[in-house]
Design a protein around this ligand. Sequence first.
Ligand SMILES: [Zn+2]
Length: 314
Amino acid sequence: MPGRVDPGSVERAAPKLIDLNFLGERGSVAAYLLDTPDGLALVDCGPSTTLGALESGMRAHGAELGDLRHLLLTHIHLDHAGAAGSLQARIPELQVYVHERGAPHLLGPERLIASATQIYGDQMARLWGEFRPLDEHRLHALSGGETILGGVRTFYTPGHAVHHLAYQSGGELFVGDVGGIRVDARQSARPPTPPPDIDLEAWAQSIEVLRGLDADTLHLAHFGSYPHDSAHWDGLEASIRTDAGRVEWRLAAGETLAAVTATYTLELEADLEAEGHGFAHRYAATCPPWMNVQGLARYFSRKAGRSTESGGPR
Ligand SMILES: [Zn+2]
């Protein structure tokens, strides 16, 4: 954003995208290097399994892991925050910021690990690697509405997760997963809806907040940077309606979760492939469709006031 003036601060370099090459896939999980008046910051760090890619990605931008002073977590899911404790162990100065509802789970990760294990089973180590608890003296709990690091604004943006934050620095807006998954400019943003927190009403409110911000560029964790325009948010809202509708009416019609998952997956793949060849594969590498169905099923079941928890198709 050349020429854009961030009130109260000097113009800084645009954020640098680092492709974490999650599971060897390019364009799946991103972290962003951000220069702040208070030192070098990273928005999300990915899991421990991608620490090597983070380190080499930083080197490509002329920085070392040890140069990091701040880690801004959009939320605590392991593909965003898994390496936070490992990074703190390696970088004594590293301060970590997270929503207050996520902070306890980073200090005592038992529930976070148990919840992820319910979804990923015996794949935990292969996907995420080690998870080290954070140092409470270097963990800062935020509620949204703060300005930190000399000019980074924080916004509470639940919907994908109850502990989700977005960050704004000048014209740059880091939206984590609440901004949807978009693997290419030709693809409409789609909602990642894993268990356990999906809340479509909260998500709609978060979109309204983010839509209204004066920003130029959106930075998505999955994956890349796009103009902050109404087309992005309109596309995301439409696909939330589509995905949620497909799951809701089939469950209401009495279909099994396995049947709903099979149909949902085919429909999602067809939508994505219609937008571009290979998009379905890239989407699934980031967000397996069966996981979306589990999260939406849980949301609708909770909404209906029932306590039925699904074991899922795995
Ligand atoms: Zn994610």
